[in-house]
Design a protein around this ligand. Structure first.
Ligand code: ZN
Ligand code: ZN
Length: 243
């Protein structure tokens, strides 16, 4: 199975990086893990056909994590998608996506289309099958108008954990426990604002994270200014990781 890190930036293009978008393949069907506003650009740069993606799995409902869906759906419509698209995310995901579509392209949400969109609400600490993956959502601290999750994704015989956006919470210890790879957001260099992680806190908490490999993602401006000092592995945009 393969994980492609298509978008590893924050919401604001820091370091010229794209917004969050990870692609899982080779485990029985292609899954997109978060779909930031730039996701379609990321997919097309990587030479991936969005119509091959069967499931979009969302950590939380912020624009840099789900704002790519209106474009994804319109593109699918124009490119004759026929297979259903499953959108799995926190409670309220259908209404939030409809509102986003109507704000950006009025009339687009209710327009008849040749493929079905199936919404799957995922609930805190309830493991659930999302297509070929088994997903466990852990509630984290990141207000976004709906519950925000760290996700533990069992896929292709491996465990990928992803923090989503959050300040430090013990939920990350649980989500990352025994994971083959833990993608962890690291927005700031030092504690700066609530609801996001910073490098100093992560360094302090690192011994608690029982994962085989840790990769920092969602790097903000200050993180880019300190790149040479970072002692952890940093996600590289476009990186392909095979398991
Ligand atoms: Zn967020
Ligand atoms: Zn974010």
């Amino acid at each position: 199975m393969e994980l492609r890190l298509l978008g590893t930036g924050d919401a604001f293009g820091s370091g010229g990086r794209l917004q969050t978008c990870f692609h899982l393949s080779g485990g029985g069907g292609d899954i997109l893990l978060d779909c930031g506003a730039s996701a379609l650009i990321a997919l097309k740069r990587a030479g991936l056909d969005p119509n091959d993606i069967g499931w979009v799995l969302l950590t939380h409902l912020h624009g840099d994590h789900f704002g790519g869906l209106p474009f994804f759906i319109l593109d699918a419509q124009f490119n004759h998608r026929s297979q259903p698209l499953v959108v799995a995310g926190p409670p309220g995901v259908a209404a939030r996506l409809e509102a986003a579509m109507e704000a950006l392209y009025p009339g687009s949400a209710r327009k008849p289309r040749a493929f079905e969109i199936i919404f799957q609400e995922i609930l805190p600490e309830v493991p659930v099958e999302v297509g070929p993956a088994r997903v466990t959502p852990f509630p984290v601290a990141h207000p976004s108008g709906a519950p925000a999750y760290a996700l533990r994704v069992e896929y292709g015989g491996k465990v990928i954990a992803y923090s989503g956006d959050t300040e430090w919470t013990e939920a990350l210890v649980e989500a990352a426990h025994g994971a083959d790879l833990f993608l962890c957001e690291c927005c700031f260099w030092e504690p700066k604002a609530r609801y996001h992680l910073d490098y100093q806190t992560l360094r302090e908490k690192r011994p608690l994270l029982d994962c085989r490999r840790l990769l920092l993602t969602h790097l903000g401006k200050e993180m880019h200014q300190h790149l040479k000092e970072i002692e952890f592995e940093v996600a590289q945009e476009g990186e392909r990781i095979s398991f």
